[in-house]
Ligand binder design. Sequence first.
Ligand SMILES: C[S@@+](CC[C@H](N)C(=O)[O-])C[C@H]1O[C@@H](n2cnc3c(N)ncnc32)[C@H](O)[C@@H]1O
Length: 253
Amino acid sequence: MKKILVIGIGAGNPEHITIQAIKALNRAMVFFILDKGYADDELLRLRREICERYIEGDGYRLVQVQDPRREEDPASYQHGIEHWHEQRAALWERLITEELKPDETGGFLVWGDPALYDSTLRILERILSRGNEAFEYEVIPGITSVQALAAQHRIALNRIGEPIRITTGRRLAQEEGGDIDNVVVMLDAQCAFERFASHDLHIYWGAYLGTEDEVLISGPLKDVSERIKQAREAARARKGWIMDTYLLRRDLG
Ligand SMILES: C[S@@+](CC[C@H](N)C(=O)[O-])C[C@H]1O[C@@H](n2cnc3c(N)ncnc32)[C@H](O)[C@@H]1O
């Protein structure tokens, strides 16, 4: 049986990798590196560096392919995602068929942790349900950008006994703001926090966490909202892409 290892590699800091992940890196002989077409030279370089740094010997191969791009479907967001996942499943299935011999082990290097806003596991399940290719897979957890955010700001995500919610910028943009407390926001291309700048909220924001370009800003949202927006725009203009995450918390004064 072929085996696939889905390995969380952390969200930018090459030292955010577990011993289990290093052992997994050394078990696989082929790594599938998916070029998503944005931010890529740097993110791909980081994946390559992780392999070079942690794999003993050079008896492994990297197979890099262009991942299909998600086309916005004006009719339905859900339909657009569905179509994109199907295209990715077809591509990945072909890779597993062509690049892995029976009994060989392959690896997918997943940014952060595969459990958080990542479709690798869904796509592997989709390939299995298509029934053309059989394999076993294991998941090796990684440190998420959310954990990196909390560590860099030296905060716990919640105050004592309080719940935490993780959501996207797209969803936050639709909220009224009444129950925003301990909300971690990811995938926010539009600065959705701006809408709540008049609320009594505190923000802990981080971009390029764990990398040498890391930017951290925190403070009452009404005071730092504009500064974050400007820092975000400047960083994006400089590097051509940005990845940022933030925590919004009710300000208790
Ligand atoms: C598709 S999600 C993947 C999340 C990833 N699986 C994780 O565990 O962090 C991409 C989002 O994660 C966040 N992200 C990932 N890496 C980041 C980093 N180094 N700094 C800040 N945010 C990051 C951003 O919100 C970005 O839009």
